[in-house]
Design a protein around this ligand. Structure first.
Ligand SMILES: Cc1cc2nc3c(=O)[nH]c(=O)nc-3n(C[C@H](O)[C@H](O)[C@H](O)COP(=O)(O)OP(=O)(O)OC[C@H]3O[C@@H](n4cnc5c(N)ncnc54)[C@H](O)[C@@H]3O)c2cc1C
Length: 468
């Protein structure tokens, strides 16, 4: 007997760790570990519960069942291995520091009982250490990483195990509710989870939107991205299935522009892998700057400004639309994530960790690799980050990427009847004009031009360039 420990691989097919090695009957297990849960938040737990439901149904249709337990992973897995006389436990390799420490403890515990651990790379096409510079170092510049990633052969999807390979547990272990686990209902409407939902979303996206991804991915109103991020984070879709489908879309592309668009999308999949490699080799980045400055960056403390940012009440329409989308949908468009992250760090001059922490609580797709990569990029502290002197202007960003203010109006009802030009000029209007135009919408909480100068000075001091 082999236990398969599901974690962020909540799917039956294209699951390398589930089907490897091939001989033993498999008993699938999921563990709610309080130590891991203490880093979780309602949106993600809700998505996981939904996905577990779908996964359990899949097993039940095959006369098996998912064993769901609560407790410390080393204790629970040791107990189950003992109860079911298992020779081994399989799982997919974790890449974060927290996940790897937990896995080491499990492995040690099992080894003490003579139970083997089969740890398989599954979440990435190319595991950390397999794409490196010619000197064997991990890349810190994405474009070089991408060149190698793009051409490297990728393994194809693998089938789900047949029913004859699955074992049935002796007990019925119900899936707990959010309340059982001590979580509140999420504030946002959480998108449905589960491997079937992921499959539908992937097929929908590859039928049409992937061909306009290049043109439309920076237009938040177009809703033209895949929205597969929560599925990739929780593993309701396998990376090989995704890539195979994307390659088929490329083969069926109607013209060169459509083919190019598919390549742009593949580039985003490579960013995901790039940031997982960065995290693997630098686990401390979840709390520390990747990039050292000569002096500490003097981030400010300003709880009122932080609260205004979290609530979408900054008086910068594109920022507020993004922050309200996050609260409403537990997701935010990528371009707008970049804008709100830049606003937090370069306009409010607040530490990127404040923003990362809020995203961690609110995003359904939060994973430390991508979230941290995104935040440190925006804060100019990361690998291949935005240079500190290139500071987004939130008004021009809004005008360029949401010219008709369609996205803004979707999430900021106070601005619905207002002309797009006035929305994009909100910071230029006098207080009286603002009161007349949209009395319920706040004045800008900071002056962008002033803050830009202060941000430059803050970074120059950190670089030791302030002339002292
Ligand atoms: C400040 C900030 C925080 C972010 N936090 C997260 C996070 O917690 N989880 C997360 O999955 N992504 C995060 N991203 C990256 C990106 O915004 C999301 O992956 C994307 O918006 C998800 O929507 P989608 O699935 O429709 O993306 P698509 O555009 O359809 O892209 C497909 C997939 O490629 C990957 N991807 C796309 N863009 C990026 C990127 N810039 N970096 C790394 N991978 C990418 C994701 O897995 C995504 O699902 C963050 C970006 C920023 C700027």
């Amino acid at each position: 007997m082999r236990l398969h420990w599901h974690r962020t691989d909540l799917r039956p097919s294209d699951n390398l760790a589930l089907v490897t090695p091939a001989e033993d009957p498999i008993l699938p297990v999921y563990v709610f570990d309080p130590r891991i849960l203490s880093h979780a938040a309602p949106p993600r737990v809700a998505f996981v519960l939904d996905s577990l439901d779908a996964l359990r149904d899949w097993y039940r249709q095959r006369e098996s069942d998912l064993v769901v337990v609560r407790g410390r992973a080393p204790d629970e897995l040791a107990r189950l291995a003992d109860d079911y006389d298992a020779d081994s436990v399989s799982w997919a390799q974790a890449y974060s520091g927290l996940g790897r420490r937990r896995d080491d403890r499990v492995e040690e515990r099992l080894a003490g009982m003579g139970v083997d651990a089969h740890v398989v790379h599954d979440h990435l096409h190319h595991e950390p250490g397999s794409i490196t510079t010619n000197q064997g170092e991990p890349y810190s510049v994405y474009s070089y990483f991408w060149k190698k990633w793009q051409d490297r052969e990728k393994r194809g999807s693998v089938q789900a195990p047949g029913a004859d390979r699955l074992a049935a547990p002796d007990e019925d272990t119900p899936i707990p509710t959010l309340d059982d686990l001590g979580f509140d209902e999420p504030e946002a409407e959480i998108p449905p989870g589960g491997y079937m939902e992921a499959r539908h979303r992937l097929n929908d996206f590859c039928a049409e939107d992937i061909y306009r991804y290049d043109d439309a991915r920076d237009d938040p109103a177009a809703d033209a991205t895949s929205r597969l991020s929560a599925h990739l984070t929780h593993g309701t879709v396998g990376v090989r299935t995704l890539h195979d489908r994307v390659v088929r879309a490329r083969e069926g592309a109607p013209d060169d522009a459509a083919r190019e668009s598919v390549e742009t999308f593949r580039g985003e999949l490579a960013w995901r892998e790039f940031y997982h490699h960065v995290l693997y080799f630098n686990p401390e980045v979840v709390t520390e700057n990747y990039r050292d400055y000569e002096h500490p960056i003097e981030w400010r403390e300003d709880p009122d400004a932080l609260r205004a940012w979290q609530d979408g009440e900054t008086g910068y329409p594109i920022v507020d639309a993004g922050m309200r989308q996050l609260r409403r949908e537990a997701w935010m468009h990528n371009r707008v994530r970049m804008i709100v992250a830049s606003f937090l760090t370069k306009d409010l001059l607040l530490d990127w960790r404040e923003g990362y922490d809020w995203f961690r609580q609110k995003l359904v797709d939060h994973n430390p690799a991508n979230d941290n990569g995104g935040w440190q990029w925006a804060a100019s502290t990361g690998t291949d980050a935005q240079p500190y002197f290139r500071i987004f202007n939130p008004m021009t960003q809004g005008e360029r990427h949401d010219p008709d203010a369609e996205y803004i109006k979707r999430y900021v009802p106070e601005l619905r009847g207002v002309d797009a030009d006035l929305i994009h000029d909100w910071h230029e209007l006098s207080p009286t004009q603002r009161r007349r135009t949209a009395p319920e919408y706040p004045d800008p909480i900071v002056d962008h031009s002033e803050r830009r100068e202060q941000a430059l000075a803050m970074f120059e001091r950190a670089r030791g360039e302030d002339g002292d």
